[in-house]
Each structure stands twice: as C-alpha cells, then as structure tokens.
Design a protein around this ligand. Structure first.
Ligand SMILES: [Cu+2]
Length: 189
C-alpha cells in the first residue's frame, strides 16, 4: 500500500518538471525563429502602409479638427502694395462639439482672425516677448466649418523682410493635435 501510494505522488511531482522542460524548448525554438534574418526583414516591409495613410491626411487619425488645405503660396508680392490675406478653412468632422482653444502666428508680421459665419474673433498674433495671446474659446458643432483670415504685412520687417518668407498659423483645439497652416511669399520692394 505504501509503494502504490508513493508511485503516483512521484509521477505527479515530475509532471511540472516535464512541462517546464517542454516550455523551455518551445521558447528556444521561438527565439531561434525570431532571431532569423528573414523574420526581421519581413517586419519593416509591412510598416510603410500605415505611414503612407497618415501622410495623406492632414491631421492624425481620429482627430475631429480637419482641413483640406494647409499650405498656400502668395507668389511675388510687393511691400509697396501693402497687406495680403488668405482664408484657411477647417471643419469639425467629429460627432461632438469641439472647442478652438488658441490661435497664434509664428511672427508679428502675421495676424489671424477666427471667422465663423458672421462672427469674427481676434485678431491673434505671435506669443512671446512678454506678449500673451488671449484664448479663443469658440466652439464648432459637428460638421460646422470656420476659417482663419490670415493677414501678412510684407512691409512689417522693412528691407530685411525682402525675399522668400514663410510663416505658420496654429489653430489649437481644446482636445487633439493642433492644425498648422503655412504660407510662403516672395517679398519684393
Ligand atoms: Cu514677420
């Protein structure tokens, strides 16, 4: 009775050990497979697809605030002819209301006014050097569109402002990534 009782006990004790050895062998087989050069070269080949999809859209996926056009070229503009302007449209493509928190520009020669229907808020300029840009806090309902009326003064920098000029206007939603609108101009006297 004692023998028959000890044999099953020994068997059940060795079972986890065998299972452990099998797991270690299995892990080694997987490790060798992953370490194979073929496995590593196969992985990056799949990666370019999501990158290409992201580049096509203006904002990251799942972002409600979207714009179709984010770049504009004024071409050659004259300081003597005065200020130029351009409208950059954006839209709430989400299913809930969205708040535009801040709007600011990359330089003091550029201002941006928020326009939604008949409502105009701003204009907003460049933050920094002690100057603070007040919050916008304007809301956009689902599917509602608005634009920033961007005004660039080519004479603001004097003769130093001649030549190719690039500026950026940032529209920051309360949640999500900011939208950036850029323009380029060739400033002549
Ligand atoms: Cu400037």
């Amino acid at each position: 009775m004692t023998r028959s009782a000890t044999i099953p006990t020994k068997r059940s004790n060795s079972t986890p050990l065998i299972a452990g050895i099998v797991l270690i062998i299995l892990a080694l087989v997987i490790a060798v497979y992953v370490a194979k050069p073929g496995f590593r070269t196969a992985a990056p080949a799949i990666a370019p697809t999501p990158v290409a999809t992201q580049a096509a859209s203006v904002a990251p996926p799942n972002q409600a605030l979207r714009a179709k056009e984010t770049n504009f070229a004024f071409g050659s503009i004259s300081m003597a002819a005065g200020k130029v302007s351009h409208r950059f449209w954006f839209r709430n493509e989400g299913s809930s209301p969205l708040s535009i928190k801040r709007i600011y520009t990359s330089c003091m020669c550029t201002t941006a006014t928020f326009v939604k229907g008949m409502r105009k808020v701003g204009s907003y300029g460049m933050p920094g050097h002690g100057a603070t840009v007040p919050d916008v806090n304007e809301s956009l309902a689902p599917s509602e569109a608005a634009y920033v009326d961007v005004v660039f003064d080519p004479a603001a920098h004097g003769p130093a402002g001649l030549g190719r000029t690039e500026r950026v206007v940032t529209v920051e939603p309360a949640a999500g990534e900011p939208l950036q609108f850029g323009f380029v101009a060739n400033v002549t006297p």
